[in-house]
Design a protein around this ligand. Structure first.
Ligand SMILES: *Cc1c(COP(=O)(O)O)cnc(C)c1O
Length: 422
């Protein structure tokens, strides 16, 4: 079984209260993960996690994380608006966007968010769209492969993000000329890794680079932003991230680079998305069809429009059949949605217990980068989201999309309304 799960009875109760498909999120789980992460960095006097909004852009969730002391990391105008509407402002918002439409800088400046510049050309655009703030963050791309020991953990040389080392030096001098007084530095070099060496290695690279830039420019170093990338075990046989070891590893690098060189008061920021919520969300659907041709297929009332990761990256999501987990997993099936696309599958050749139409099927670790990647292909409408509150009650936190939502952007004869099934 996955690390975090809920008793099958909770899924059954949720299905009594709400028609499937829906996402279910566990408030208690999200809060305890947020606390665990912050505890791992409690050695740092000035630490803050900025939850990556794109992972789960639902106000009820953002407000829970806000109560836990988190800020938000935004990458678009709409995400900034969402953050603002949920009560985040100023130093609670990190704007880490790339290929940025100029007006997004204006909104970020209006909210007094931290701005993380992806490219050297953005300095001029920021200057002309809201102006250069006192503190600016720069996104670094060290190029090549990012190695930890012998393992390659990422390929920044192939990534569109960030500036070269030379550009960082140039950018910081330009920013200084334009009146910036403090800087931060950021890099995102590996995604979904539970390896406890990743974050400390990234931290050491950023701490050393930041110390050099501080020396070169004479600007004050405000913070190091370690970005996202800490992963969750999607497969039952994978280990969860040892966040205490990660926190301790970052501390070691911090002491080596900053404390021993008398560089005081550097804040640490993180922008985790996946780690914070992935394991605390489930896509709950019913099996509506069984089909036996050259393979056996279980068809769901959900599709890749609800959860794209398997179709997009071949990502593994664990699947359980409610009430049947203790039965032998003897049946090899593809679990599919209803799109006219053969990659609309949640699992391929998965061994499951004998399942049938009417069973509740649960897709695990769906609390991050799942509903938010949803789309409307084949005219499919995104499903609803339900929160399991700490008191055990269910709360609808996003209604399902309706045909009216779909048609609202179209210039179409209102006759569609008469065609809506009751
Ligand atoms: C997506 C993203 C994150 C969060 O990534 P996770 O893998 O969910 O931790 C953080 N920062 C930036 C800039 C991102 O684009």
């Amino acid at each position: 079984m996955p690390n975090f799960t809920l008793p099958d009875s909770v899924f059954v109760d949720a299905c009594k209260a709400f028609d499937t498909p829906f996402y279910l999120y566990d408030e208690q789980g999200i809060r305890s993960t947020a606390r665990r992460w912050q505890r791992a960095f409690s050695w740092c006097e000035d630490f803050k996690e900025y939850f990556a909004v794109k992972a789960l852009p639902t106000p009820a969730i953002l407000r829970i994380l806000k109560e836990e002391g988190c800020g938000v990391d935004c990458a678009s105008e709409t995400e900034l608006m969402l953050a603002g509407a949920c009560g985040f402002q100023g130093a609670d918002i990190m704007f880490s966007a790339n290929v940025v439409p100029p007006r997004e800088f204006r909104l970020a400046r209006k909210l007094e968010a931290y701005i993380n510049l992806d490219d050297i050309t953005h300095i001029e655009e920021l200057k002309n769209n809201g102006g250069i703030p006192e503190t600016v963050c720069l996104r670094y791309n060290p190029g090549g492969h990012f190695r930890v020991g012998n393992a390659i953990m990422g390929d920044p040389g192939d990534a569109k993000f960030g500036m070269t080392r030379e550009q960082l030096s140039e950018a910081i001098m330009i920013l200084k000329k334009h009146g910036a007084r403090r800087f931060g530095i950021h890099a995102f070099l590996s995604s979904n890794t539970t390896d406890p060496h990743y974050y400390p290695a990234l931290a050491e690279l950023l701490f050393e680079t930041a110390a050099e830039l501080r020396q070169e420019s004479g600007l004050e170093l405000a913070f190091v932003n370690l970005s996202g990338g800490v992963g969750v075990p999607y497969r039952p046989d994978e280990e969860e991230a040892n966040v205490e070891a990660i926190g301790a590893g970052v501390r070691k690098a911090y002491e080596k680079v900053f404390v021993q060189n008398n560089i005081p008061g550097i804040a640490i920021k993180t922008e985790l998305g996946r780690y914070m919520t992935a394991a605390h969300g489930w896509l709950v659907a019913h099996i509506t069809h069984e089909k036996n041709i050259y393979k056996r297929y279980l068809g769901l009332n959900a599709s890749s429009c609800d959860l794209l990761r398997p179709a997009m990256y071949g990502a593994y999501h664990h699947i359980t059949i409610v009430g049947k987990e203790s039965l032998p997993h003897i049946e090899k099936v593809d679990v599919t949605g209803s799109l006219c696309e053969n990659n609309d599958k949640f699992a391929v050749d998965r061994m499951l217990p004998r399942a049938e139409v009417g069973d509740i099927l649960v897709i695990h670790d769906a609390g991050a980068h799942c509903l938010s990647m949803g789309y409307n292909y084949n005219g499919k409408l995104r499903c609803k989201e339900v929160l399991l509150k700490e008191d055990g009650m269910f709360l609808l936190i996003r209604r399902a999309e309706t045909p009216a939502d779909y048609f609202s952007v179209l210039d179409v004869d209102p006759a569609w309304k008469r065609l809506q099934p009751k």
